[in-house]
Design a protein around this ligand. Structure first.
Ligand code: C2E
Ligand code: MG
Ligand code: MG
Ligand code: MG
Length: 288
């Protein structure tokens, strides 16, 4: 098997530039067609309170239901979209659908915070503010119920100062989260300069908690000192959850509670949670 993979790898890297350019062009036109045919779908992953184990929100994660290739994960098409302007069109669609879901769930009695990922290119396009404002207005969404996730490096690259895009987003009233925290260049000073309300610890630090917990511990204490809401990504075990609870990390996402699922399935989770008495949430002490 390893031999086979090696060969495939070799083949890929020996592909001529022209061949690779062709793959790109094919994918680009495939994505345009997919947008037109509505093959993209948002999945939702629960964001859960470590204290109450209640769902307090969800992260919108894009999927591509390809008619021939089946379900395609974002890692297979988002990077290419980010290199071209296609990410703007796709990103606009993501924001619109995420906001519509927030409003629809609020109307059904589930007041959730919905988060969506923003690409560097979207932040550089000036009209993202106007578009967001228009969708908020049309749907009646409260901007404070929407959180936009931006990676560290993207924040560093983006316009600073009072006219910068980050300030404009803040003025609109949406909340900003730093995604994959700890994996980028950490000029920690920016945490003070940017109006950030939430920080998401990258899942690589959660995965290695049993071997080395220094970085996660440091991030959580820093967030407490700076009054920043902290979320752990990629929580897969009860052991990891208990470690986070003991240190006051407020929220988590991860396969331990639930992975990203289609909107209808996520809504069933909400209904189920609503139907259960609150006391059924597992108290901290019983988890140990
Ligand atoms: P992200 O924003 O850091 O999203 C978290 C990723 O971790 C998701 O992968 C999620 O499914 C996965 N994950 C969640 N819990 C666990 C866990 O317990 N264990 C493990 N191993 N993984 C977990 P996904 O959905 O494949 O998305 C990958 C990345 O693609 C996202 O990372 C984000 O950077 C990007 N992405 C996804 N949707 C969008 C979008 O609509 N727009 C943009 N610009 N980027 C997106
Ligand atoms: Mg994210
Ligand atoms: Mg992340
Ligand atoms: Mg990521």
């Amino acid at each position: 098997k390893a031999k086979e993979d090696g060969r495939n790898c070799f083949r890929y890297f020996t592909k001529s530039l022209q061949e690779r350019a062709q793959v790109r062009i094919d994918l680009e036109s495939d994505i345009r067609r997919a947008l037109h045919n509505q093959e993209f779908e948002l999945f939702f992953q629960p964001r859960v309170s470590t204290k109450t184990l209640q769902i307090v929100g969800a992260e919108a994660l894009i999927r591509w239901r390809h008619p021939l290739r089946g379900l395609i994960m974002p890692s297979e098409f988002i990077p290419l979209c980010e290199e071209t302007n296609m990410i703007n069109q796709l990103g606009d669609w993501v924001l619109e659908v995420a906001i519509e879901r927030q409003v629809s769930w609020r109307r059904k009695g589930y007041p959730l915070s919905i988060s969506a990922n923003l690409s560097p290119r979207q932040l550089r396009s000036r009209d993202v503010i106007a578009k967001l404002a228009a969708v908020m207005e049309r749907t009646g969404c409260a901007p404070g119920d929407i959180e936009l996730e931006i990676t560290e490096s993207t924040i560093m690259e983006s316009g600073q100062g009072p006219d910068g895009i980050i300030s404009q987003l803040k003025n609109l009233g949406v909340r900003l989260a730093i995604d994959d925290f700890g994996t980028g260049y950490s000029n920690l000073a920016y945490l003070q300069n940017f109006p950030i309300s939430c920080l998401k610890i990258d899942r690589s630090f959660i995965a290695e908690l049993t071997r080395n917990d220094a970085i996660a511990e440091f991030i959580i204490s820093m967030c407490r000192l700076m009054d920043i809401h902290v979320v752990a990504e990629g929580v897969e075990t009860l052991e990891q959850l208990n470690w986070l609870r003991a240190r006051g990390c407020q929220e988590f996402q991860g396969h331990y509670f639930g992975s990203a699922v289609p909107a209808a399935e996520f809504e069933r989770l909400l209904e189920l949670q609503h139907a259960l008495p609150k006391e059924t949430a597992i108290p901290v002490a019983d988890c140990q």
